[in-house]
Unconditional design. Structure first.
Length: 264
């Protein structure tokens, strides 16, 4: 009796072989991102930014922070192009950006051409006056979330004519996402959490709980970290909302982000 030939499983697009240089860079970038970083580390830690750029073979890496209160991206920084590109995006071109609104709620690395057709993008002012001007026409965006809170994003882009982004970059970013999230969340918490201490009307416990909300923790996680009951957290949150005149967690984060006004 003739035995049927063994069927090999189809090759997976995620089964990629990395070079020893890739592995070294991945390890170095991951270790660096686990260390305490300055809020502007993309600019002030050129070694880390360069390693990340070379690992992903990108011409440009940018980062911004979505402010739900203003409905705008802020704190833009970039490497691989001048900071005038970051300023131009924040001041002028985010208003006509057709990509970010489609990507903002995606919790993972997403190639831009998976949410917009290339011919559609190339008909926009955003493409002709911004992307093409700064030679960044193909990329992957990564929006990072702690729970339901957007803590920042990264935009990894290449110039026209380069190899299109694909499975290799997606897999690497999937591996890096946890450390990028941790680094971005910690940097954001450094700038936001201390803001609660500027609100003198909050008690020490209320400030701790407000910091937990900024950190993206759920009420039950805050309760566990402070060793108090869930209902105690809820009661304190009600008092915080009342004192700061906000109606929900997102509004609280935005309020802490703005800081106290001159009358407080």
């Amino acid at each position: 009796m003739r035995l049927a030939a063994r069927q090999e499983p189809p090759a997976s697009p995620w089964r990629l072989v990395f070079s020893s240089k890739d592995v070294t860079l991945l390890k170095r970038v991951s270790e660096a991102l686990l260390e305490p970083l300055a809020p502007d580390w993309l600019l002030t830690a050129p070694g880390v930014a360069s390693d990340l750029q070379h690992l992903l073979s990108m011409d440009f890496i940018g980062t911004t922070l979505w402010n739900p209160a203003s409905g705008r991206y802020e704190n833009a920084m970039c490497v691989g192009r001048g900071m005038d590109m970051a300023r131009a995006y924040v001041v002028e071109f985010q208003s006509c950006d057709p990509i970010s609104p489609r990507l903002r709620h995606r919790k993972g690395p997403t190639p831009i051409y998976s949410v917009i057709r290339r011919d559609e993008l190339e008909r926009t002012r955003y493409f002709h006056e911004f992307l093409r001007t700064y030679r960044t026409t193909d990329g992957i965006d990564l929006h990072l979330y702690a729970g339901d809170t957007n803590v920042g994003d990264f935009r990894f882009w290449r110039d026209r004519g380069r190899t299109p982004v694909g499975s290799r970059e997606m897999l690497l970013l999937g591996l890096l996402q946890p450390v990028l999230l941790r680094a971005t969340r910690e940097v954001r918490n450094q700038s936001l959490a201390p803001a609660s201490f500027c609100f003198q009307q909050l008690t020490v416990r209320e400030r701790q709980i407000a910091a937990g909300v900024v950190n993206g923790l759920t009420d039950r996680a805050i309760a566990r970290s402070l060793q108090i009951s869930y209902w105690t957290v809820r009661s304190h949150l009600d008092h915080i909302f009342e004192k700061l005149a906000v109606g929900n967690r997102a509004a609280l984060v935005a309020r802490l982000h703005r800081g106290p006004s001159a009358t407080e």
